[in-house]
Write a protein that binds this ligand. Structure first.
Ligand code: IPE
Ligand code: IPE
Ligand code: MG
Length: 239
């Protein structure tokens, strides 16, 4: 348990972060949107480290959605370049005993980026201080479709019986596999929606919205979100 939180407060096991507001942050400063993404990447590193200090065990960052391909090509290219540069810095997390995982459909990403992703996952797989999950070309509906297709194939081939298709089985075949459900979803920038993030896993998540734009999001903002979470009463349908 961390000493940063008030006595008796249990941090969420799994935090999800929708890193939103980079474009508006840049626009406010009269700069191209990609500057906002670059600044947002710095926030991502600070918040990852602080989540670990708070005792969070899993943190998932929504970095690029299956819908974000709709953006102008130069913005998409700038974001992809940033991922590649950032992956080299994500390697530093390995020294901090952090396991790194990626979720999403990788097949549409540049092969060199895919190689780097595989390398980071492989080199960090035995670390256990925290799991950092990056959602890149991720969409909740895409994930569920991918899972259903896999299961359908197994049923067709006689490997699975229809009655063996349980919630647990579906869960184990999502991109998140063994990662526990998300407990707290933080969305900065004032938008109050999920935008196709972890839709299965968020069935009982708590939500925390703030108007702060992601590049301005601080360690204190993370603490505020975690404390708000700790003070809620989760019932999961019970009393
Ligand atoms: C989030 O910031 C980053 C990505 C979706 C890649 P935005 O780029 O959506 O920023 P706003 O919402 O336009 O301000
Ligand atoms: C959600 O942000 C996706 C990521 C942060 C990666 P968007 O900016 O794409 O979401 P919408 O379009 O406002 O719903
Ligand atoms: Mg946005």
């Amino acid at each position: 348990m961390s000493s940063i939180l008030p006595e008796g407060y249990q941090p969420p096991v799994h935090v999800g972060v929708i890193m939103d507001g980079n474009g508006r942050w840049a626009k406010k400063r009269g700069m191209p949107r990609k500057f906002g993404h670059r600044e947002g990447a710095k926030t991502f590193r600070t918040i990852t480290r602080h989540a670990k200090a708070l005792g969070v065990q899993y943190i998932t960052f929504y970095a690029f959605s299956t819908e974000n391909w709709k953006r102008p090509k130069d913005e998409v290219d700038a974001i992809m370049d940033l991922f590649e540069k950032n992956l080299d810095e994500v390697r530093d997390f390995i020294e901090e005993n952090i396991r790194v995982r990626f979720i999403g459909d990788r097949s549409m990403l540049n092969p060199r980026l895919q190689e780097k992703m595989k390398g980071v996952e492989e080199d960090s797989k035995d670390f256990d201080s925290m799991t950092l999950i990056l959602a890149i070309n991720y969409g909740g509906r895409d994930e569920i479709t991918h899972t259903v297709r896999q299961i359908a194939l197994d049923v067709k081939n006689g490997i699975l019986q229809p009655e063996e298709v349980t919630q647990e089985l579906i869960q184990s075949r999502l991109y998140t596999e063994e990662i526990p459900d998300v407990d707290l979803i933080i969305r900065p920038s004032g938008e109050q929606r999920l935008s196709n993030f972890l839709i299965w896993q968020a069935a009982y998540a708590e939500y925390y919205f703030t108007n702060i734009l992601w590049p301005d999001f601080t360690k204190k903002d993370l603490e505020d979100a975690v404390i708000a979470y700790c003070e809620r009463n989760r019932r999961f349908g019970g009393v």
